[in-house]
Every structure is written in structure tokens, then in C-alpha cells.
Design a protein around this ligand. Structure first.
Ligand code: NAD
Ligand code: WQD
Length: 349
């Protein structure tokens, strides 16, 4: 099969390309405009897999360019895995129109091309943010979604709806929304991982960058939650496990085993882990002590969310390979790779 991965230079997209190249015979082609990534990602993919991936530096919000410069040139595409989106929750609050424009027009233009060029399969990157402050834990795919507080979260909820409605009109089309919980960690080689532009907001890159002196402080956002140690609970899932779920999802779509041509899956580990437990896992694998501070709760944070992943483990036959300690040790290995490149003033490979 020939698979288009959008956002192939990004954190989850690059790990998914590595898994596809390592475990299948599919041909992969990427579209990424590098708005939150770097062309060097493809050098890292080549170093890990030995394979070169062609990327089109196209902005998905331009339908004309997407059609002329990609679909008319590349010929038939069997499936699309659509990662490309802007994803910073806080930024989406200050720049809502930019987020709605990028995330929704990107999706709509791809679906217009899927219709015109007869693409059969489509996988959409959704998020556990669609459950909001869920009343039940763990959340299943039946747990009611809520209108997310942030424009970013809303683009995921609306994106799912757009995809579901489109699937009703194209019956030979098979589509899934995959709701990721908290993707963390790096490729087991330590040669590819998360590299957010600017100061990171997510916990794990803050921890690894703090341990390397790249950021000045590590603040735990709230220790007065009603949880076992007072800090908030999330479902941290290794990025390589998330990546592999996409390979399985492609197989699932092609097996025609699903009853409907649109479905939704939770991709989480099924385990709720506190912020303090994440810090302890890091200290254990790195042998370092984290001199963190405890601050107030972060606005918009929920107390607890973790996944019931039984639908994905059963129907996609998804078996998790990595736990929180492997996630932290691979993230740390990747951070040390970044530190070495910075120290030697070398171009990062
Ligand atoms: P990322 O920012 O690392 O990757 C996204 C990639 O898409 C980037 O390389 C960026 O340059 C590209 N891109 C963005 N807009 C584009 C456009 N208009 N045209 C072409 N390329 C464009 O993000 P990620 O962490 O890999 O996330 C991938 C997907 O998963 C996103 O849709 C995100 O919303 C979703 N998701 C991420 C998380 C997470 O915590 N990382 C959790 C849940 C869902
Ligand atoms: C995890 C926990 C923080 C940083 C976000 C998006 C969500 C999804 C995943 C895309 C929280 C705490 C963090 C720090 C801390 N993304 N924390 N100190 O907020 O669960 O989810 O990423 O769809 O939509 O909202 O992830 O990594 O930011 O935070 O104490 O410096 O760590 O308060 O409890 P979050 P996170």
C-alpha cells in the first residue's frame, strides 16, 4: 500500500513512519510544512530504518497546492494517516483563529482530495481532550465527550465529527479517529524523540530539559488534588506503542472486520500515573535527583484521566511493549543525544 503520512516530521508522525518502514512493505510519503518540526527528522528516520522518505513541504490549508503538487504528482494513495495539526493548548487560546484555520482546513482539504482521488482509508489523530473533565474513570469510547475548553481541543472534537459525517457519504471509505492520551518517550535507540520549539509545556520534556539545565525550573502544578499523592493523574503512553497502533489500525481497516466504516479507539496504557510518580520514574532511570518546586494548579487541568484501552487491545490486537520507566529512560537517552549535539555544536542527526 502507498500511505500518505501528514505531519511526518513531527513527534508522533516520525515514530509512526519508523514503525511502518520497519514492520511493513508499505510505501510511505509525507507532507509536512515544518511549522513545528525540522527537515532533519527525515535524516534521523533514515539513520534508524536505512530508508529514505520523500516529504512534500506543503501547507495542507492550501487545497490547490495539495491537489496539484501532491495528489496529481504522486498518483494513487491507498491510505492517509493525518497527524498534521497545531497542538499547543495555551497558544490555541490566544490564537484561536489560527488553530481553527490550520487544523480544520487541513482536514477538510484532505477529505476533499480523498473524495476526488478515491482514497480508501483514513486515520485521524484525535485526543483524550475530547472527554474533558470526565465523570467516570477509566474513560471508554462510550464515555460522553464534552465541549473542550481550548480551541485546540475543539478542533479535535469537530474534526472527529467532520470525519464521521464524511464517512457516511462515502461508503467505500474506512476511517478511524484514534484518541491519544499522553504520548511520551522516544525511539528505543534514543535517536528520535520530541523536540518542541521554545520552552516545552508538557511534563516529560520539561523534566528532561530541566535535568539538563535547558529550563530553569520544574514546577509541579498542584499537589492538592484528591489523588493518592495529591498530584494529577494522567495516562502516559510510549510514543512507539502509539506509533505501532497505527500500523495495526491500517491492517484493521483493510481487513474489513469493522461493522461500520467509521470508528473511534482510545490509545492509552490503561494506567493512571501521578505527576510525582513520573518524577520518581525519571529519578530511578537517570540516577538523578530532581529539585522540583510545588506550585498551584494549572488553569484548565483536569484532576484525573486514564483510558480503558480494551477496545484497541481486542480489536486492533494492540499489545503494549513499554511502561513508564522505558518511556522515561528513552526520553532521557534522547535528551542526552540533544545535549551532545548542543555541546559539540553539531548539527543534530
Ligand atoms: P507535532 O507538532 O510534533 O507534529 C505535527 C506536524 O504537523 C509538525 O511537524 C508540523 O510541522 C506539521 N503541520 C502542522 N500543520 C501543518 C500544515 N498545515 N501543513 C503541513 N504540515 C503541518 O505534533 P505531534 O505531537 O506529533 O502530534 C501529532 C498529532 O497528534 C496532532 O494532530 C496532535 O494534535 C495529536 N495529538 C498529540 C498529542 C501529544 O501530546 N503529542 C496528544 C493527543 C493528540
Ligand atoms: C501532564 C501533567 C500537568 C508540566 C496535554 C493536552 C492534551 C494532550 C496531551 C494533545 C498535568 C503536570 C506539566 C509541568 C506539571 N495533547 N505538569 N509541571 O495537560 O495532560 O495534556 O497533552 O491532544 O490535550 O492538554 O499534559 O504533559 O502538559 O501535563 O506539573 O511543568 O503534568 O499539570 O497534571 P496534559 P502535560
Amino acid at each position: 500500500m502507498k500511505i500518505l503520512v501528514t505531519g511526518g516530521a513531527g513527534y508522533i508522525g516520525s515514530h509512526t513512519i519508523i514503525d511502518i518502514l520497519d514492520n511493513t512493505d508499505h510505501e510511505v510519503v509525507s507532507i509536512d510544512n515544518f511549522s513545528n518540526s525540522d527537515p532533519q527528522t527525515f535524516e534521523r528516520i533514515k539513520a534508524i530504518t536505512g530508508k529514505k522518505v520523500k516529504n512534500y513541504e506543503i501547507d495542507l490549508t492550501s487545497y490547490g497546492t495539495l491537489k496539484k503538487e501532491f495528489f496529481l504528482k504522486e498518483g494513487h494513495i491507498d491510505g492517509i494517516i493525518h497527524f498534521a495539526a497545531l497542538k499547543a493548548v495555551g497558544e490555541s487560546v490566544s490564537k484561536p483563529v489560527m488553530y481553527y484555520h490550520n487544523n480544520l482546513n487541513g482536514l477538510i482539504n484532505l477529505l476533499k482530495c480523498a473524495q476526488k482521488f478515491d482514497v480508501d482509508s483514513f486515520i485521524f489523530s484525535s485526543s483524550c481532550t475530547v472527554y474533558g473533565n470526565a465523570l467516570e474513570q477509566p474513560v471508554t469510547e462510550q464515555t460522553p465527550t464534552q465541549i473542550p475548553e481550548s480551541p485546540y481541543g475543539y478542533t479535535k472534537l469537530v474534526g472527529e465529527k467532520i470525519l464521521a459525517d464524511f464517512a457516511k457519504t462515502k461508503l467505500d471509505f474506512q476511517a478511524l479517529s484514534l484518541r491519544y492520551f499522553n504520548p511520551v518517550g522516544a525511539h528505543i535507540s534514543g535517536m528520535n524523540g520530541e523536540l518542541p520549539k521554545g520552552r516545552p509545556n508538557n511534563l516529560v520534556p520539561v523534566v528532561t530539559q530541566f535535568a539538563s539545565g535547558w529550563v530553569d525550573d520544574l514546577v509541579v502544578h498542584g499537589s492538592d488534588y484528591e489523588t493518592r499523592d495529591g498530584t494529577a493523574i494522567r495516562d502516559y503512553i510510549h510514543v512507539s506503542d502509539i506509533a505501532h497502533a497505527h500500523v495495526l489500525a491500517l491492517e484493521y481497516l483493510n481487513s474489513n472486520e469493522s461493522e461500520s466504516n467509521y470508528d473511534v479507539f482510545n490509545l492509552g496504557s490503561g494506567r493512571g500515573v501521578t505527576v510525582f510518580e513520573v518524577l520518581q520514574a525519571f529519578e530511578k532511570v537517570s540516577g538523578l535527583k530532581l529539585d522540583y518546586k510545588v506550585g498551584p494548579r494549572r488553569e484548565g487541568d483536569v484532576e484525573m484521566i486514564y483510558a480503558d484501552n480494551s477496545k484497541a487491545t481486542t480489536l486492533l490486537k494492540w499489545n503494549l511493549q513499554f511502561g513508564i520507566e522505558e518511556a522515561m529512560s528513552s526520553a532521557w537517552k534522547w535528551q542526552k543525544h540533544l545535549n551532545a549535539a548542543k555541546r559539540d555544536d553539531k548539527v543534530l542527526l
